[in-house]
Ligand binder design. Sequence first.
Ligand SMILES: C[S@@+](CC[C@H](N)C(=O)[O-])C[C@H]1O[C@@H](n2cnc3c(N)ncnc32)[C@H](O)[C@@H]1O
Length: 265
Amino acid sequence: MTRSIDISVGDVSDAYSGAVGTLWEMVMGEEIHIGGPLATTELATMAGIENDSLVLDICSALGGPACQLARDFGCRVTGIDATPAMVEEATRRASAAGLDERVTFRLGNALDLPFRRSSFDIVWGQDAWCYVTDKERLIREAGRVIKPGGTLAFTDWILNDGISDEELAPLLGFMLFPNLETRAGYTRLLEENGWEVTADLDMSRDFSLQLTRYLAMIREELRPEIIRRFGGEFYEAVEEGIACWEKASREGKVGRGLWVAKKTA
Ligand SMILES: C[S@@+](CC[C@H](N)C(=O)[O-])C[C@H]1O[C@@H](n2cnc3c(N)ncnc32)[C@H](O)[C@@H]1O
């Protein structure tokens, strides 16, 4: 077994067009990342988002964070996502919230961003780059579309020390992550690609607490609804998958990191 598994952007997109997108919204809410709107506010404050900032949210999903940023900080946000159903739904929700002047969504791949060089002040991502096959190319693309001196702010699920290939493969397979970066690995990628890292935080303890909470929520509250909508077999797979992640996070083998970096070169 290797540290990567064979998952393509098409596989992820197919999953997010169906039950997976709905499931994660049931568990995490419209902002599909650990910590919800509070985590978005904290990251935006660290990134220094202002009312004239042009923000790119890479892997924007349902657009919850993009709408929150526009509403709370007055900035303009473009979201990009590879799943047509997510782009359509995010566009519908932004419009319903009266934010379509300041928030737009586009279909596209994070590895080939459909934007010109130096288009954005802030490049943003929350708990989604774990789905992207080539993290270095993603960081390079972020560097291409950011203005000189612009800021990159993101969180992601990460690999910590001490996990065997046999333990890792089912974790990746359940989540449809092709691979995971380590905290040191992301920091190195940033530094090698012209970013000055100003924050590099280990959020793994909170990650584990949140997974424990999600597991309890699935077992105690969401079980009947998940079974009603997607069937018993799907529920069993979800419970087993989240239980595996929760155990690995308690053992410190997987976690979550947060980075803020400035484009210097
Ligand atoms: C966990 S959700 C993102 C959550 C979002 N950042 C938030 O905080 O609400 C993952 C999203 O990443 C998108 N995605 C995965 N791989 C992608 C890629 N290579 N390019 C663009 N979007 C991708 C999926 O379509 C899905 O909507």
